[in-house]
Design a protein around this ligand. Structure first.
Ligand SMILES: Cc1ncc(CN)c(N)n1
Length: 217
């Protein structure tokens, strides 16, 4: 029998395929992504992660089992520290923006709303695509690129395609599956909605970076 993650992941096949085809991802893989686009992305991502860190800590506090709490608190500090270090490599101080794009604002606000006002199960489901999609895309790029020795963005690619990230992704999936195993049909339905919506927001985040999305007014 399929576990919750396998079922939810199945509902997002089209989103994963669409992400792989995004110009942001194909150009990142080829090493041809314009540096101003990557700068825009990394800058927005730094603002995203500052909020995501708080969201993960909140999920950790809500967990019933101490090991799960520990995992999310460790993730809030450990993973994010790795990503912040990565940002230091790429982020140019003189090109910093301080206003989140509409999509960055939408994604972080959505995460925060679900984690604060909804069930623990939905909170687990909504934070999961941030782990699983980056893992899948990191693996996908590593498996398909032909320029590992000559890609400006290799350290970014290797962060998400690497073993350390894989271990935390597996743990996040396992914890979510455990809580889903005891959830009602109604809660399972809501978990799926949250997982699919956050997956769409991952697609939108790369799309908004590629187009250097601005506020319309
Ligand atoms: C928007 C976004 N989503 C996910 C990740 C991977 N933690 C990230 N750095 N940025």
């Amino acid at each position: 029998m399929q576990d919750w993650y396998q079922l939810a992941r199945g509902k997002t096949d089209h989103i994963l395929e669409a992400i792989k085809e995004q110009p942001f991802i194909t150009e990142l893989m080829n090493g041809t992504l314009p540096s101003d686009v990557f700068q825009f992305y990394i800058n927005q991502d730094a603002m995203y992660l500052a909020e995501y860190k708080k969201v993960l800590a909140t999920v950790g506090v809500k967990c019933e089992h101490v090991d799960d709490t520990q995992f999310f608190l460790d993730s809030a500090t450990g993973i994010i520290n790795v990503e912040n270090a990565l940002h230091q490599i790429f982020l140019k101080d003189n090109q910093l923006a301080h206003e989140p794009s509409p999509t960055c604002e939408l994604y972080t606000s959505y995460l925060s709303r679900i984690v604060t006002n909804h069930s623990l199960e939905e909170a687990l489901a909504v934070v999961l695509p941030c782990f699983t999609i980056y893992k899948e895309i990191g693996d996908y790029i590593q498996a398909n690129q032909t320029n590992k020795d000559d890609n400006t963005y290799q350290s970014w690619i290797d962060t998400y395609g690497g073993e350390a990230f894989a271990a935390s992704v597996s743990q996040a999936i396992a914890i979510t599956n455990t809580y889903a195993a005891n959830a009602s049909v109604d809660v399972l339905q809501k978990m799926e909605v949250a997982f699919v919506k956050a997956s769409k927001l991952e697609w939108m985040f790369w799309d908004s970076a590629y187009n250097k999305e601005a506020w319309k007014i």
